[in-house]
Design a protein around this ligand. Structure first.
Ligand code: ACO
Length: 268
């Protein structure tokens, strides 16, 4: 079992601890199935991705995904397509995704931490874009993840040298939101999850979508997009922000600068 759903929170476990959670074809199929199951459960607002055992993920399984299928081009293509599919799905997932990086995170592991919306790591987690060490560049989205999560000089340094960096360094670069001692990793992740699950799921989903869209546009286009999406949000949420959140503010029942409105009063 690689998936647990507990109300608004789903946790996906990379589950090959004896192989440092290297992602083999079976794991890629399991991940697609886990995402299917989460999408089918409409109550999930937050997806935590973590590793069983002492690793987050040692990346793609170098033997099962690359070495063995390489001689048969179609087998190689199909094997890796399953992986690339769930990477793309996870990046665009409607629920908020949080990587909980508990140990080794190489290649595809860096990619996973990078494509999740948020990430928490143990201070001693070890990251690396090790591809250069076996003669390729980080492919399958890993260079994208480095370019979008690390400052340029650091991204190029790690891409070109294959050197490792710790969870504490990952926090300084911005690849993870927070690095904490390993024994505090669960609690630190839970604190973030708790801040998310009391928000409107449609708003969470649109907030991350608008962020990604607006990174790639100029300000006038971003403003137009914001306004259109705000009307979409209003319709999809039954105007919850005005009818519930701002009505509660009018009664001074909370301070939006410091906390969230009470969603129990909301219908959606
Ligand atoms: N693919 C296949 N098997 C792997 C992988 C991998 N990516 N990573 C670890 N394993 C296997 C090991 O071969 C070993 O298998 P065995 O028990 O059958 O010998 C087992 O997992 C345990 O690994 P060890 O190397 O014994 O563990 P150790 O703690 O000493 O080292 C480390 C861990 C540093 C992660 C090391 O295994 C390693 O360098 N792995 C490869 C990391 C890597 O380069 N990943 C690919 C990134 S590129 C990409 O994702 C596209």
């Amino acid at each position: 079992m690689n998936l647990e759903i507990d109300g608004p929170t789903a946790t996906i476990y990379l589950n090959r601890p004896d192989k440092k959670n290297a992602m083999n074809p079976q794991m890629h199929r399991d991940m697609n199935e886990a995402l299917d199951a989460i999408e089918a459960d409409r109550g999930v607002k937050v997806v935590v991705v973590t590793g069983n055992g002492d690793s987050f993920s040692a990346g793609m399984d170098l033997e099962e995904c690359f070495l063995r299928p390489f001689e048969d081009p179609m087998e190689f293509y199909r094997t890796n397509e399953v992986a690339l599919n769930w990477f793309k799905r996870l990046k665009a997932f409607p629920a908020v995704t949080v990587a909980k990086v508990n140990g080794f995170s190489f290649g595809g592991g860096v990619l996973l931490a990078g494509i999740c919306d948020l990430a928490v790591a143990s201070e001693t987690a070890l990251f690396g874009l090790s591809e250069i060490n076996f003669g390729i560049f980080p492919a399958g989205g890993a260079t994208w993840a480095a370019a979008h999560n690390l400052p340029r000089k650091q991204a190029l340094y790690y891409i070109l040298t294959g050197a490792t960096f710790t969870g504490r360094e990952a926090e300084a670069y911005g690849l993870v939101n927070k690095a904490v001692p390993l024994d505090e990793l669960d609690a630190a992740t839970d604190r973030i999850v708790r801040k998310l699950v009391n928000k409107n799921p449609v708003t969470l989903s649109l907030a991350k979508h608008v962020y990604e869209h607006n990174r790639a546009t100029d300000l006038p286009a971003a403003i137009d997009y914001d306004q259109a999406k705000l009307w979409e949000l209003s319709r999809l949420t039954g105007n919850e922000w005005v009818n519930v959140a701002l009505k509660q503010f009018e009664k001074r029942s909370y301070q939006p600068g410091l906390s969230t409105y009470d969603r129990v009063e909301a219908k959606s």
